[in-house]
Design a protein around this ligand. Structure first.
Ligand SMILES: [Zn+2]
Ligand SMILES: [Zn+2]
Length: 143
């Protein structure tokens, strides 16, 4: 993107090849996608393989509801609802699906093709978040 050719330039993306960029350009691109898709959750701590201690299920910092936090294809994290819903019940911008990879499940926004009305999708937690409904600024200004 910036034409730089150094050691930080490599293929990016957890699924397939999203882009080949240097670190700075990749961070900028990932931030842009994350903001557009709403993948702004705090990352989960790495599980400690040495201890088998129970890890608390993640909760939304805004409303306290239980959520599922997944990495996206661009190293950002998103809070999703704990249960799937048929696509017809979920507005397009809140539709995600989970893709199994060698490193675990990765959340991918459903876009491009319209899913069948009965297809299960995983809704973005913000669809249900009480805090969000209170008119939280979503960055788009007045609607
Ligand atoms: Zn660059
Ligand atoms: Zn919430």
């Amino acid at each position: 993107m910036c034409g730089k050719r150094d050691a930080t330039v490599r293929g990016r993306g957890r699924i397939g090849l999203l882009a080949e960029l240097c670190e700075a350009c990749w961070q900028r691109l990932a931030n842009d996608i994350a903001e557009e898709e709403g993948a702004t959750a705090a990352p989960l701590p790495d599980p400690d393989p040495d201890t088998m201690t129970w890890i608390e299920p993640p909760a939304c910092p805004e409303c306290g509801a239980e959520v599922r936090v997944y990495p996206t294809n661009y190293d950002r994290w998103v809070s999703l609802a704990t249960r799937e819903r048929p696509a017809k019940d979920v507005p397009p911008r809140y539709r995600w699906r989970l893709v199994p990879t060698a490193g675990g499940l990765v959340a991918v926004r459903v876009r491009g093709i319209e899913p069948l009305l009965g297809d299960p999708v995983v809704p973005d937690h913000r669809m249900f978040c009480v805090a969000e409904e209170d008119g939280a600024d979503d960055g788009w200004g007045a609607r």
